[in-house]
Design a protein around this ligand. Structure first.
Ligand code: SF4
Length: 207
């Protein structure tokens, strides 16, 4: 499509000086950048889907040890199988990796502050996906960070209350985010204490 954004790989958005546009059309770049700012998204990386690692062990972690399993529309088993995830990723060549960071101690607790941040980042991913769709990326599809927290308690297995916002999580696609980050040369460190910076990631499959 005519207004499609040309991609510039391997340039983390957050590290770009704002006078060095990485989109051909600065007006389009500004629209995406504004959405990122509004939703607390601090980094945007263009990546190739061949750099995304899908691994079966991620599904094991969902099934054993996570209380969102079988309780949320955006988590397994309501989402795709590992095989389907691999097949879907093969239909795309490029993606955006969005990252955010929080440094307050609430992120490991199940409370409203954590939920507010989750919802902000979630809505940002969906809003940018929508914007990209309008900009010509008709296949754009977001994989969000963590399980959906738009409702205080997910209605699963009853009908979702916000189906237009519903997206599978990165983890539910069995994506090994650690190895994926290594592939794109991005360092990450697991937050081990409540005072540590907590990083979270979502992915928008592009084309
Ligand atoms: S919008 Fe509500 S019902 Fe739908 S997946 Fe999210 S938490 Fe569950």
């Amino acid at each position: 499509m005519e207004n499609r954004i040309p991609l510039s790989y391997d340039k983390p958005w957050s590290s770009l000086p704002r006078n060095e546009p990485f989109l051909e059309n600065p007006a389009l770049e500004e629209r995406i950048f504004t959405l990122c700012q509004h939703h607390g998204i601090q980094g945007v990386h263009f990546i190739k889907t061949s750099q995304i690692v899908v691994a079966r062990w991620v599904r094991l972690k969902c099934r054993y040890g996570c209380d969102h399993y079988n309780t949320n529309w955006c988590c397994p088993p309501a989402t795709v199988t590992v095989r389907e995830a691999r097949e879907i990723l093969r239909e795309y060549k490029t993606a955006l990796l969005l990252s955010g960071e929080v440094d307050h101690p609430h992120f490991y607790q199940n409370n409203s502050k954590k939920r507010r941040r989750q919802v902000q980042f979630w809505k940002g991913t969906v809003a940018i996906e929508r914007e990209l769709f309008l900009l010509g990326y008709h296949k754009a599809f977001g994989l969000t960070s963590e399980s959906c927290a738009l409702c205080k308690k997910c209605t699963y297995p009853e009908n979702c209350l916000f189906p237009k916002e519903k997206r599978p999580s990165v983890e539910s696609f069995s994506i090994d985010i650690f190895q994926t980050l290594q592939h794109i040369g991005k360092e990450t460190k697991l937050a081990q204490n409540t005072g540590d910076h907590f990083k979270h990631y979502s992915i928008i499959l592009l084309e």
